[in-house]
Design a protein around this ligand. Sequence first.
Ligand code: FAD
Ligand code: 2HG
Ligand code: ZN
Length: 507
Amino acid sequence: MFTRSVAHRIPLRAFKRWAHTTPTMNYRSVTEEDVAHFAKILAPSSVLSTLAPVSTPASELSIYNNDWMNKYHGKSTTVLRPKTTKEVSEIVKWCNERRIAIVPQGGNTGLVGGGVPIIDEVILNLGNMNKIRSFDPVSGIIVADSGCVLEAMSEYLVPHHYIMPLDLGAKGSCQIGGNVSTNAGGLRLLRYGSLHGSVLGLEVVLPDGTILDQLSTLRKDNTGYDLKQLFIGAEGTLGVVTGVSILSAPAPNASSNVMLALPKYENVLPLFREVKRQLSEILSAFEFIDRRAYELAVKHGQGRALNDEDVEGAECFVLVETSGGKREHDEEKLNTLLESLMEADEPLINTGVLSQSPLQFSQLWAIREGITEAVSKEGKAYKYDISIPVASFKTVVDTTRDHLQSKGLLRDDAVKHVVGYGHVGDGNLHLNIVAAEYSPEIESALEPFVYELVQSYKGSVSAEHGIGVMKTHALQYSKNATSIDLMRRIKTLFDPNGIMNPGKVLP
Ligand code: FAD
Ligand code: 2HG
Ligand code: ZN
């Protein structure tokens, strides 16, 4: 059986200030009295605070105050790392009564600044809540603390022949509670669907400290409103997810992948159609990488470069994965597909590099999964995670590049690259603008330009990463006023004091 190789652990980058105007918020800062209280209800190792009586050095808080891209920075004095749901409840109740704002934080791999404070909110990091609570090998339902790291859950399932229904490049650090709270998509959505389908139940601490126990393990439950759905993708604005019940999937007996090199972007859609038609039930991923994104991945050592002759003349690449029940059957289907693609009168592909071993399988995946890391090694990334018609992926990348060129910003000391990659099967493009530095000039050239472009396709300004702090002003491009008003009323209903992750999601 093939298994995906262990993913790279994600280094959290060093602290650096970012000149960003911070809104003023009417919350009370944490005091020494609050810290003394937290120290009474939590184990000593669960309270980090620069304030007395704990007095942690500020440097120890920097990994919690700064996001993965080192783009968003908070100034929290206090990080709490509870071990139980009861502890979370007591913290939240105390904060609510005293109007202290809270940022729930998982693995801090989010790409929209949702998991770090805007000012000095308390950081409630779930990393110490990391136990699998139960697993049923018949149904495949796994119930876990929200702080379980995604990769650890996947490893737990291996001997039981199950896999998690989601997978992403950040698997070594992101937590299931963070995944649920962002409604993370990732590399398996094409096969297993979104978390709105696979999450069966949640345990959530509401903003007044009440524990909402909806940790159901039922596949079917039509008893009124499905409240858990509200927390999936709420980005910590409605409560703190402390437990997750999720349906895992039977592990495939055989997996394979192939990197296809395409002479032109226009071939992606016909190729997708043909691949779906021929592979049908064994197709498990169809990922897009444009030439520049591929080159960045290779430049920064992600995966193993393809041979020059396989890359020559390619405008873009598609990574196809198959997962099925019988190796011979799946290999036959994949080989037939490749032969028919290569032998066509007008071939849609130049070449295909088929993995021949588990190592090669993971090396091909590492090219795709490693682009995010490569981009951040290359420079400072402006990330637009958009849903648009697949046919317009290239136009959007090219139009953005042309726009930056017309502003005179496409140069080594400003915008170095404009790249596109993403999940073709889900209509999700990752448009990344890689700059030498974050600068107001580049940002104002990009926004609202990109959002208007997305709107012109009736697309979504956030396909899978969420709104966080980055896109609160852009929500209006994908949600109408009635929807935003309803969202606000739901927020007020759950969190009348507005303590839960203020400044995120809602404008
Ligand atoms: P955090 O970053 O800690 O938090 C994210 C948001 O969720 C914040 O708003 C936070 O307040 C909230 N939150 C976290 N935990 C809780 C909780 N227990 N209760 C309530 N709210 C909570 N995303 C994708 O969708 N698909 C991808 O393919 C993908 N690939 C990535 C690859 C890399 C290399 C990186 C760095 C990121 C990638 N991401 C991807 C983005 C990110 O990993 C996901 O959004 C992930 O789900 C965040 O999980 P986390 O535990 O790190 O959450
Ligand atoms: C991916 O699909 C992630 O690799 C990250 O969602 C996308 O880096 C990005 O912009
Ligand atoms: Zn993605």
